[in-house]
Design a protein around this ligand. Structure first.
Ligand SMILES: Cc1ncc(COP(=O)(O)O)c(C=O)c1O
Length: 451
């Protein structure tokens, strides 16, 4: 545990009301989770309702945010990981490995790669040959390797906004962000192909980053959209880098279409990036993979990538998950889908000054807080704070004012949409136990009733 930050878990939980919530479901919410039915804990055999304490483990989502915001922070819904215990098969595999107490250099076993190949074929009909597959120490380093393989320094990289902030920081390591804004039509996001056509036509554009399912807006792009996108990229000789790290989180009624399952000519113009780490909550282990059906692409990435072996405990954990974690994954998908249905309904029906669409995939909700921004004068406060801060300081955004306001009035932390280039929006992580979700929404509801 960290020496810098000593935290009294018991007292925090008590103050937060979390212990009480764990004992009973009596929260401020009036909509009960009718959608959950048998899926909620009992049916699957996994108790996702359990409030599992992560405080004091140096985790970014809880400890990092409590360190930043202090005791007023009660329920963090920011960093994109889940609060559930991992699938039992993962713990068993890790326990077995750590019972052997030597951790010297290790090779990556074939069985690990087989587990990736089998998972993709079994669950998504995606065929991956071993020679197409490359390990990556987390997803973003693999993406950066691909950017370096396909772009000269200073090239423009097209990505869609609102977009995952990790793309911004990765592109900036030698390249320039070229934005293709998504269009919001009646609250639903869609791709703007006219704008994309213009952006892709530029001489210094060689790569396009696709996010499917999309963080943060939650779209699962359908086959027709992906095909149109792919044809446009192929026409302009622009390689598609498909980040599909959220692919295992698809809400009821929606589908994930792997880019690698499109027509052959489009697939040959792409590289896909994935990991078991998002699906099974193993982000700390830093293991991911990428693959392409195009051998030339693979050899160009291999030439510049970090080919060091990946994290050995992560290999054990990921392999166990991919080999034996199907039923846990199925159960958590249903649970999170119910969380999304519950949260969007509650927000739209019960919470003033904000609204949200039900995400199609990911466990992230994308909230429209424009009325709240107006209500609390966040634009003016942000401008005043920006003017008062030093010239090297980042601009204070209205969404950052909303973030602080919500923490101060409700104790709930959600991420400013401006971090994803989304104005008037906030991102809420729904990867938590339902009683805690109910508690968080109840807290926001009370705060908003007084705003
Ligand atoms: C779309 C997307 N890509 C990549 C990542 C980061 O993956 P990694 O930690 O494996 O680099 C995230 C994390 O939230 C993400 O949402």
């Amino acid at each position: 545990m960290s020496n810098v930050y000593r935290f009294d878990r018991r007292s925090f939980l008590k103050q937060a009301g979390i212990a009480a919530v764990a004992g009973s479901l009596g929260t401020a919410t009036s909509i009960q989770a009718q959608e959950n039915g048998a899926s909620r804990s009992s049916g699957s055999g996994y108790d996702f309702d359990e409030i599992y304490n992560r405080i004091g483990t140096d985790c970014s989502k809880w400890d990092g945010q409590i360190e930043r915001w202090g005791d007023q922070l009660r329920i963090p819904m920011g960093v994109a990981d889940m609060d559930f215990r991992v699938a039992p098969c993962i713990t068993e595999a890790l326990q077995e490995r750590i019972s052997h107490e030597v951790y010297g250099y290790m090779a990556t076993p074939d069985s690990y790669h087989d587990s990736i190949i089998d998972w993709n074929e079994r669950r998504y009909d995606t065929v991956i040959e071993r020679e197409m597959l490359l390990d990556s120490p987390a997803l973003l380093p693999g993406l950066l390797a691909a950017l370096r393989a396909f772009n000269p320094p200073g090239a423009k990289v097209v990505m869609q906004t609102p977009g995952y902030n990790g793309f911004f920081s990765t592109i900036r390591k030698g390249f320039v962000i070229e934005e293709n804004p998504l269009r919001e039509v009646n609250g639903v996001y869609e791709m703007d192909f006219d704008d994309l056509d213009r952006k892709l036509a530029q001489d210094d554009v060689h790569t396009f980053i696709l996010c499917n399912p999309h963080n943060p807006v939650g779209n699962c792009w359908d086959r027709a959209t992906l095909t149109e996108l792919g044809e446009l990229c192929a026409r302009h000789n622009v390689i598609v880098l498909a980040d599909e790290i959220h692919c295992d989180f698809v809400n009821a009624g929606h589908d994930y279409v792997p880019y690698a399952n499109l027509a052959d000519d489009l697939v040959m113009n792409s590289v896909t990036f994935k990991s078991a780490s998002k699906s099974f909550n193993l982000a700390a282990f830093k293991d991911a993979y990428l693959f392409s059906h195009n051998p030339e692409f693979m050899s160009r990435i291999r030439a510049v990538g970090d080919n060091a072996t990946i994290n050995s405990l992560g290999i054990i954990a990921s392999q166990a998950a991919l080999e034996e974690g199907d039923d846990w994954m199925d159960a958590v998908q249903v649970y999170l889908s119910d969380n999304a249905a519950y949260a969007s309904r509650f927000i739209n029906e019960q919470i003033p000054h904000m609204s949200c669409n039900q995400p199609e995939g990911t466990y992230l909700a994308w909230l429209n807080v424009e009325p709240l921004i107006e209500r609390i004068g966040a634009v003016e406060t942000a401008a005043a704070e920006t003017a008062a801060s030093g010239p090297d300081q980042d601009e204070v955004t209205p969404e950052a004012i909303v973030e602080r306001y919500l923490i101060e009035t409700s104790g709930v932390k959600i991420n400013p949409g401006s971090s994803y280039w989304g104005s008037g929006r906030m991102r809420m992580n729904l990867g938590l136990a339902r009683p805690l979700l109910e508690e968080a929404l109840g807290r926001i509801q009370s705060a908003m009733q007084q705003a």
